[in-house]
Design a protein around this ligand. Structure first.
Ligand code: CO
Length: 298
């Protein structure tokens, strides 16, 4: 009787120990159990302080939502100057880092970040670095990919030239198009020259100059003269027709492109349509986003 009670005690203890051995690793592993996958998209635009120009960005956002039903699409502005400027008017926009921090806190595990910039300049480099940091960070976002800007790979530049060309107005002899790129001191400024070459393969009367770098308007004016151009359609080579397009390109000030061209005997006509509002071009940013989403699964 006594020995039976003793063996029952030992058997119970053994069972308890065994149960603990089974439960312990599971308990220890609790924290490492992978979180359920949660996908999201973050679009990053340079941003704009012009309320009318926001429609181009909104339209890109709705196209991203339509391409990925059920996947939350967030938006950030990469320009601190723009964010600070519009914050004064009560419009609060997230930086890419703030938007990714929000998404990490909300439990997103897979985020495709799409650059809505034209060239892979400084803004794009910053997005890449920010995305990599969030991927490396404890409790960051396990999988972050970054979609390339409009003019990145050689074939992107070719495809963009075709899409831009397709969306330009029909012209008569003596009429040309001059696209205003932003321009940068970053080596990626070379993308404008590459795009110009591709555009010239399609149409000798489409020209590119930049506001802040090369080629300048003065570089292009002799080429316009040589081509016998009299009338110039001006349009921004930027996702939105913001401050640069409205003032530096189309403005009444005497140093705007429209005024300078008029002073040189051309008749300029401004078209305030950002690339993001040209469906054929907008589609390319969405294609790049699709590649970034695919990359998340690799
Ligand atoms: Co600028």
């Amino acid at each position: 009787m006594r020995s039976f009670a003793a063996s029952a005690f030992w058997r119970a203890l053994l069972t308890a120990l065994l149960a603990l051995c089974v439960a312990l690793p599971a308990f220890a592993g609790e924290d490492k159990k992978p979180a359920p996958a949660r996908r999201g998209i973050l679009l990053v635009a340079f941003g704009t302080s012009v309320p009318e120009a926001v429609t181009a960005i909104d339209s890109l956002k709705s196209q991203a939502e339509a391409a990925f039903p059920g996947v939350p699409v967030r938006l950030a502005y990469s320009s601190k100057i723009i964010r600070d400027k519009i914050a004064g008017g009560g419009v609060v926009k997230r930086s890419p880092a703030q938007a990714l921090a929000d998404m990490a806190a909300e439990g997103f595990t897979h985020v495709a970040v799409q650059s809505l910039h034209s060239i892979p300049g400084r803004e794009y480099g910053d997005i890449k670095a920010t995305a990599e940091a969030f991927q490396a960070m404890p409790k960051g976002i396990a999988h972050v990919s970054v979609g390339r800007p409009l003019l990145f790979l050689p074939e992107d530049i070719k495809t963009a030239a075709e899409a831009i060309h397709k969306s330009l107005p029909a012209r008569k002899k003596g009429e040309a198009v001059l696209l205003m790129g932003h321009g940068t001191e970053h080596p990626a400024n070379a993308a404008y020259a590459a795009l110009q070459l591709e555009l010239w393969k399609l149409d000798r009367d489409v020209f590119i100059a930049t506001v802040e770098s090369t080629p300048t308007l003065d570089d292009v004016i002799p080429a316009l003269k040589r081509a016998g151009v009299r009338s110039v359609h001006l349009a921004p080579l930027m996702s939105v027709a913001g401050d640069h397009a409205r003032n530096d390109m189309a403005g009444d000030e005497e140093d705007s492109w429209a005024s300078k061209l008029k002073a040189k005997g051309f008749s300029p006509k401004a078209d305030l349509t950002g690339l993001g509002s040209r469906p054929a071009v907008a589609r390319l940013w969405i294609e790049h986003l699709k590649d970034a989403v695919k990359e998340l699964d690799q």
